[in-house]
Design a protein around this ligand. Sequence first.
Ligand code: ASP
Length: 350
Amino acid sequence: MTATRDTATLPHLKVIYTGGTIGMVQDTETGALKAFQFDYLREHVPELDQLHCTFDIAQCDPPIDSSAITPALWIKLGRMIQAEMKQYDGFVILHGTDTMAYTASALSFMLRGLDRPVILTGSQLPIGRLRTDGKENLITAFEIALARRTDGTPMIPEVAVYFEDYLYRGNRTLKYSAEHFEAFASPNYPHLAFAGIDIKYSPSSIGFAEPTIAHEWVAGFDQQVVVLKLFPGLSASLLDHILHTPGLRGVVLETFGSGNAPTDTTFLSTIRTAVERGITIVNVTQCYSGSVVMARYETGNVLSQTGVIGGGDMTTEAAVTKLMYLLAQDLSQEMVSRLMQVSLRGELTV
Ligand code: ASP
């Protein structure tokens, strides 16, 4: 990443441009979208210079499509924000939409005790296109990052995603449309703000209690995890094969409805023995909204008896990044299981 410094006494933001559609241009020969440098964004949003703030820029060189995002970049971003926390009043991260919900979730777990805004945004149409949504998203993300309460403290002391009129808690989001400007949703948690003529904040939804856990946390994400989506007909032997993958440490199991799964003994014993071998398995619903309540039906109840943990109303994105983060810490399997069921950054309704 490269950085340039701007000096002023106005509120000071850090803009981190990782890439994504927002900064892309069309290749005149192939017609495909490719990444451009941040100056292109500035050129197309001269309004940024009118906002009452100064900002520094860091950008991935070259900017990347978010489908190429890796935990290494989450760590780089998280470390950069942690190190520069006191230098800036807020952070705006420009990110491709495809994996923005994963990055927002991962950063929320890394950034403990966050007291200022980290706002991720992007767009569905490149900023140079006439009907772009990028310009509005970018300007409003800046305004939100600059917003203060009457006592002068930051309005949004969290990692959040701003997209098409709504500000959401980052680790509650998912990308649900590949086509609509309104591409993100937070099905299990209310929005933090709505940007109409005015930006209306929802104070009762903003902020969360962070548990105090005495532990030496490391900036890391264990990649020895998989997300497995159940479907009728999933072969038990294939499942067993996957669960015997050397090094596998964690599984996010997307189950039916409120956490239900087949009750046949082969399936259940495959899951049980995996848990006994030390694999942490977290149950989240494959439904768009709602929560896992394993005690509700017999089919969920028997699954909980195998040692599978209930993931409540966490999104898959939050569950998998949280599991990766916890598994990278020096914690017992029991502690990982316990913390998966605790709200660390407001990602889970308890
Ligand atoms: N493929 C792009 C990305 O995620 C899509 C986008 O930005 O909307 O980087």
